[in-house]
Design a protein around this ligand. Structure first.
Ligand code: AMP
Ligand code: MG
Length: 337
């Protein structure tokens, strides 16, 4: 399979499997949702909305995804993130306040996450090029040479002048783990501004909901089995939570000589973490769990669980690369495994 079709296949399956189970809608007379799907931010984004304002709200929500994508897309050399990266070691660049907000959020997360998350990981993600280059495993020397360029503490953000500066040539910011959640929040705001009271937005595993379904039932979601693209590893209802975030080593990857190389890297080593195949977090939006799933895939089960305790009301499902499913205590009795 060529690169593009492999990328699309992996993403399509995520979007199919992290699904809103409209099929159990109960009644033949259940209102029909307005549904729209677009390929943006390197993933498939699907919006399902019910009731007045749903079509206009969905259009406005997609406009937000498009806008945030245009700002953050590091594969488009005209995006603001690319401009900052091109100016690394040379000069500061003025950016949109949303880029400043994303970078500040990412930096504060990086500080909390023990080196497992780093928004300046771009020098490494660019080298590996997972999903964007032919299957390529860099040499250890190449990886070691890039490690000093990954350090969020060096990032200079001026939130008065709205400028960003990467002080070392070769440094790169990567908002790949940040943009989807940020845009999803903006999308939800847009839907709400159009009066939508029942909706689900799934941005490639980064899910947010508004209210319940029109039949009063909670939204039901399936978490993809990370090693079987047709399988569902867990099913749960979003009755107590309105955010679900998944990160997995099956979302973008290649396999070479029997080894899986995925798009999530440990910024401390430059290599892929190998303990956890997928992690799904559920939370209330007040918990501000954006970005945590990426870091928890890097941290592994024990450290990840410890970290999550700092966010009350937040629960997680880990599926390890050897097939074990580990859930946090608040999910007991609330999840079908
Ligand atoms: P997600 O699928 O939301 O977990 O985001 C994964 C994306 O985040 C990757 O495609 C990279 O662009 C970026 N990324 C990978 N590893 C890290 C990391 N350790 N810290 C920050 N961003 C990362
Ligand atoms: Mg994510």
């Amino acid at each position: 399979m060529n690169k593009v079709s492999r990328l699309l296949t992996g993403i399509l399956l995520i979007s199919l499997l992290i699904f809103s189970a409209g099929c159990s809608a109960g009644s033949l007379f259940a209102p029909k949702p307005y549904k729209e799907t677009q390929f943006l931010m390197d993933t498939i984004i699907e919006i399902t909305a019910y009731g007045p304002g749903s079509e206009a709200g969905t259009k406005a929500a997609f406009a937000e995804f498009k806008r945030i994508n245009e700002l953050t897309n590091r594969f488009d050399e005209t995006s603001q993130v690319s401009k900052v990266n091109q100016a690394a070691g040379k000069e500061k660049v003025q950016v949109d306040p949303d880029v400043i907000a994303m970078l500040k959020l990412a930096r504060s997360r990086s500080e909390q996450l023990d080196g497992a998350f780093d928004v300046t990981i771009g020098a490494l993600t660019e080298l590996w090029g997972i999903g964007h280059k032919e299957d390529f495993v860099p040499s250890d020397a190449e990886i070691q040479a890039r490690l000093p360029l990954v350090n969020f503490r060096l990032l200079e953000i001026d939130d008065q002048a709205n400028t960003v500066f990467l002080p070392k040539a070769g440094m790169r910011i990567d908002l790949g783990a940040v943009g989807k959640g940020y845009a999803n929040r903006k999308a939800v705001e847009a839907l709400k501004a159009h009066g939508v009271k029942s909706a689900l937005v799934n941005a490639g595993g980064d899910v947010r909901i508004i209210g319940k379904r029109p039949d009063g039932q909670p939204w039901r979601l399936g978490v993809q089995d990370p090693r079987n693209s047709e399988g569902i590893a867990a099913k749960l209802s979003l009755s107590d939570w309105d955010v679900l975030e998944t990160s997995g080593d099956y979302q973008r990857f290649f396999i070479k000589d029997g080894v899986r190389y995925s798009h999530i890297l440990d910024p401390r080593t430059g290599y892929q973490p190998r303990e956890v195949a997928s992690i799904t977090i559920v939370a209330n939006s007040e918990n501000h769990v954006d970005i945590l799933s990426t870091a928890m895939l890097v941290l592994g089960v024990e450290k990840g669980r410890e970290l999550l305790r700092q966010y009350p009301g937040t629960e997680a499902i880990f599926i390890t690369t050897d097939g074990k499913k580990v859930i946090t205590s608040g999910l007991e009795g609330k999840i079908e495994l």
